[in-house]
Design a protein around this ligand. Structure first.
Ligand code: TZP
Ligand code: MG
Length: 214
């Protein structure tokens, strides 16, 4: 096994296996394609599944992500992260507090938090998050109930927060240039990857642009 935990500082591209875009049967293939393409972190997000269904999927993903050396982050379910031994857990503004999520997992793991403003980004860092998601930058069907925050606060977030900031929400290859020009260093891409005709190619080309940007 060539598992090596990528440090979050080096992570630039975060992929999500979102069950809104693939069936449970497809999860191993999606996981493989995203890892082979070069995501640095991978999240399992399954809003409509039960905790035990999420656990079952996480157990299918882990051998693939470990072989690729990609940390697996479980969205919403610290108990699942604890049970399967994933490398991290991700919580939202209305979920468990960071300290609570950490204590449920009860071992060293990444805890990330979704933020939707500079104030929330600063608060998440103070609360002890290892990284944050910052967005949605654009309106997105993946998180349809959220008002997009635009690109204008990305620089201010980076001036005020030293933990890694992953800009998220509607990011795709057409928009990557303006997102980077607005100050982003790291991005999360969900639907643009999962709906691509060739996921591996789509991840590889976006990653290459990300890396060569700075
Ligand atoms: N949090 C903020 S936006 C978002 C999440 C989970 C969805 C991003 O998905 P997409 O398809 O890349 O817009
Ligand atoms: Mg959540």
């Amino acid at each position: 096994m060539k598992f090596m935990l990528t440090s979050l500082q080096n992570a630039r591209l975060y992929g999500i296996v979102d069950l809104g875009y693939c069936t449970s049967d497809n999860v191993p293939n999606m996981t493989r394609a995203l890892c082979e393409g070069g995501v640095d972190l991978l999240q399992l997000r399954a809003k409509k599944l039960t905790a035990s269904e999420v656990e079952e999927l996480a157990l299918k993903m882990l051998p693939i992500t470990r072989e690729a050396g990609v940390p697996l982050i479980i969205n919403d379910h610290p108990h699942v992260a604890a049970a399967v031994g994933s490398e991290g857990v991700h919580v939202g503004q209305d979920d468990d507090a960071i300290a609570r999520a950490r204590s449920i997992v009860s071992r060293d793991c990444f805890v990330g938090k979704s933020t939707h403003s500079v104030a929330q980004a600063i608060a998440a860092q103070e609360e002890g998050a290892d990284y944050i998601g910052f967005g949605p930058l654009y309106a997105t069907g993946t998180k349809p109930d959220y008002v997009p925050i635009g690109l204008q606060d990305i620089e201010e977030a980076h001036r005020n927060v030293s933990i890694p900031i992953f800009c998220i929400g509607g990011v795709n290859s057409e928009r990557l240039g303006e997102v980077l020009a607005a100050g982003a260093r790291r991005v999360v891409v969900v639907s643009a990857f999962l709906q691509a005709a060739d996921i591996g190619h789509s991840v590889r080309t976006l990653k290459q642009r990300l890396i060569s940007s700075c």
